[in-house]
Ligand binder design. Sequence first.
Ligand code: SF4
Length: 375
Amino acid sequence: MRTLETIIADSSASKALEKAIHGEELDFNDGVSLMNIDDIHLLGLVADNVRKKLVGDKVTFVSSYNLNYSNICVAKCSICAFYRPYKKGKKVSGGYTLSVPQVLERVKKAVNNGATEIHIVGGLNPDLQIEFYENIFRGIKTKWPNVTVKALTMIEIIFISKLTNNSITEVFSRFKDAGIDANAGGGAEIFNPEIRKIVAAASKCSGEEWLNAAEIAHKQGIRGNSTMLYGHVEKTEHRVDHILKIRELQKRTSGFLSFIPLKYSPENTELLISGRVNGPSSAFDDLRVYATSRLLLAGSINNIAIYWVALGKKVAQIVLTYGGNDLVGTALNEKVYRSTGRNEIATKESIVHIAKEIGRIPAERDTLYNVLNYL
Ligand code: SF4
């Protein structure tokens, strides 16, 4: 009978898998060989084994409410179906910006429905000054001091910094004073400049700027998620390079709470309309990305979070057996992925069911990954 060792020895990625099993740090070539592996199930088996060793059988999630304060954006990214273009002094069809009282009204409903985290992101809207954001954060924390405010991607922070002539350090410091607890990890897309040029508008920050802003946030004690948008025009090498750059920063700051591979959802986006992509990544590709992320980040970022809104709950459940350990959140009211036709909804009960069905232990957590209760 063939043992796991002999199966690994016969694999096209045997060196990387053996290193992973023995807890050794993987390098770029290891990452590429894993991402290109033929035997996806073997990769999943090893990733699941490493997941179990590092974080056990808990499946964590947070009760979160997504608040998208405005969809007006100057950037016009080809991957985005959420934004409406900014036109100075003009109303834009389908465009909206919530007022501070409207934001607080929504947060009130969310808190009454059990949300412990308010996840706040939006478009790059030049009409919104720094005080707008401060008033939102301060307003939430004044009324609901125990709710966590997880707000803004590095893209928004850099935009606000340039718009208002405040340094990134100053923006973070003001937002921290106003009540921000953590930052959202989106907008990292893919760091490779050539790919980034295709998927993100020129006005969006570079990969280096994203990493630099994250480092500043971490140094000020503002932790957050890290992400990678995959499944568009990037190649294996770009994915591995992206994950390793996140790992490099994590070694210096320990500021990332999790890594979330975000599956690109092409419906209604310019990239699909222009024919540069034909459709979403396959479920096999999704499994490869998640399992390889687990192995490349082992020991650096141990929370590999599964964004079920993009994957769908069924694939998300399988990913839990391919290295994933966290289901992000209930994501009530999520709008960015829903603009691309994704209509997945998950209640707390359905998330608990996903975990229990595969013999794992659902655990509600806070934003900082402290377990609040087992379910
Ligand atoms: S991805 Fe973000 S920055 Fe780009 S157009 Fe959409 S909202 Fe704007």
